[in-house]
Write a protein of this length. Structure first.
Length: 84
């Protein structure tokens, strides 16, 4: 059975882990406090939304290029038929 002192120490260490990681890595990205899971969820949701938006833009660009190529080929074919 763990003593109260050990339980308190493990809880303190868990709470301080993000700050320890931040200091070790030298990066503020990892300094998310354990007491704010809502902030983490908001950050994850916004990151996911940004990823989805980026994927949508990539698909739209691909569709636009494909449409342009198709019309360009049709326009070239029409030009070749009229001159011969």
């Amino acid at each position: 059975m763990p003593s109260d002192d050990n339980v308190l120490r493990s809880q303190t260490n868990r709470h301080q882990l993000p700050q320890i990681i931040s200091l070790a890595a030298g990066d503020l990205f990892y300094s998310i406090p354990c007491a704010a899971p809502r902030s983490l969820k908001v950050w994850q949701r916004r990151t996911l939304q940004a990823s989805r938006l980026e994927a949508s833009i990539s698909r739209l660009q691909a569709d636009l290029y494909a449409t342009f190529a198709r019309f360009s080929n049709q326009w070239t074919a029409l030009g070749n038929e009229s001159c011969c």
